[in-house]
Write a protein that binds this ligand. Structure first.
Ligand SMILES: O=C(O)CCC(=O)C(=O)O
Ligand SMILES: [Fe+2]
Length: 263
C-alpha cells in the first residue's frame, strides 16, 4: 500500500481523501491491466489539443497519460476495491476525491494551460487570444475545486452508454479520461429526436465520431456539453475506425464533473 502511494506520488505528484452516492447506466463485465513503460510527468512531453470539427467546445488530448501513468492509475482504481463484486461496473464519488483523482485534476488544469493546439474550430468571434480560454473558459479552469465528482465506468466488450447529455446538476466543463480498450464515442445534436412522423430531422442526423484511445482526455464545455449528446455504442457495426471494426476489450473511463452550487 505504502509502495503504491509512493508510486502514485512519483507519477502524479502530491495530494488528498473520499465520499459517496449513485447515476447513468452502462448498457448491458474481464480483467487484466496493460503493462508499463517509462515514467513521465504529464507535461514533460508535447501534449496537444485537437478541436473536434463541427462540435464547438469539444477537445481531445490523445496522449494525456503515458502507458506508465495509465497502468498506475488502473492499479489505484483497482485498489479502491469498488469493482470487487461481480455486478459492479460503476463507482461514483462526491466531494473530496481520492488522491489519484485530485492529481489528475491538477494535470488537466496543467494541460489546458500548457498544451499546444494542432487544430481548433476557429471561431474568431469568441477567441480572445487566450489559449486556455479556448479549450476551457478561464472561469471554469480556475474554479475551486476544478472537479468535485467522479464516476468510474467499467465496460466489458459490447457494453456502452446510451446517448445523453450529462445532468444539469453538474456545471459546465466535463472531462473524461479513457483507459484500456479504445472506443468510438459518437456526438449527436441534443433536442428534438424526430419530426413527429418518426423521421429524424435533417440537421439532427449528424453523428460525429471521436476515437478515444487509452490515456486520452476529452474536455466538453459550452455547446459540446449542453447542445450535443454523447454515446458509446459497442454493438457490432458501431465501433468502426478508418473502415475497421475495433477489437473490443474491457474499457474503463473516469468522468470528472463539478456539482452546481445550491443557493
Ligand atoms: O465512459 C465514457 O467515456 C463516458 C461516460 C459518460 O458519458 C458519463 O459518465 O456521463
Ligand atoms: Fe456523459
Amino acid at each position: 500500500m505504502e509502495d503504491q502511494t509512493t508510486a502514485l506520488r512519483e507519477v502524479f505528484g502530491e495530494s488528498s481523501s473520499e465520499s459517496e452516492d449513485n447515476e447513468q447506466q452502462i448498457v448491458a463485465d474481464t480483467a487484466d491491466y496493460g503493462d508499463v513503460e517509462s515514467p513521465s510527468t504529464v507535461c514533460d512531453h508535447n501534449l496537444r489539443w485537437e478541436g473536434i470539427e463541427g462540435v464547438n467546445g469539444l477537445w481531445l488530448c490523445r496522449d494525456f497519460l503515458s502507458p506508465h501513468q495509465q497502468s498506475t492509475l488502473l492499479s489505484a482504481i483497482q485498489a479502491e476495491g469498488w469493482f470487487n463484486e461481480a455486478p459492479h461496473n460503476q463507482a461514483m464519488r462526491f466531494g473530496d476525491l481520492p488522491a489519484w483523482a485530485t492529481e489528475i485534476c491538477s494535470s488537466i488544469r496543467e494541460v489546458v494551460l500548457f498544451g499546444d493546439h494542432i487544430s481548433q474550430p476557429m471561431d474568431l468571434s469568441n477567441f480572445d487570444g487566450d489559449k486556455e480560454a479556448n479549450v476551457l473558459a478561464s472561469n471554469l479552469l480556475w474554479r475551486e475545486p476544478l472537479f468535485d465528482q467522479l464516476i468510474v465506468n467499467v465496460y466489458q466488450a459490447g457494453e456502452g452508454i446510451c446517448a445523453h447529455t450529462d445532468l444539469m446538476r453538474f456545471e459546465d466543463g466535463i472531462a473524461i479520461v479513457s483507459l484500456e480498450s479504445s472506443c468510438v464515442m459518437h456526438f449527436s445534436r441534443a433536442g428534438e429526436e424526430c419530426d413527429g412522423q418518426g423521421k429524424e430531422k435533417e440537421n439532427h442526423k449528424e453523428k460525429v465520431p471521436v476515437f478515444l484511445t487509452p490515456g486520452s482526455l476529452v474536455l466538453m464545455s459550452g455547446e459540446a456539453r449542453y447542445l450535443w449528446k454523447h454515446e458509446i455504442n459497442r454493438k457490432p457495426g458501431f465501433q468502426v475506425c478508418e473502415g475497421q471494426e475495433l477489437i473490443q476489450k474491457r474499457r474503463t473511463s473516469i468522468t470528472f464533473r463539478k456539482l452546481c452550487q445550491v443557493e
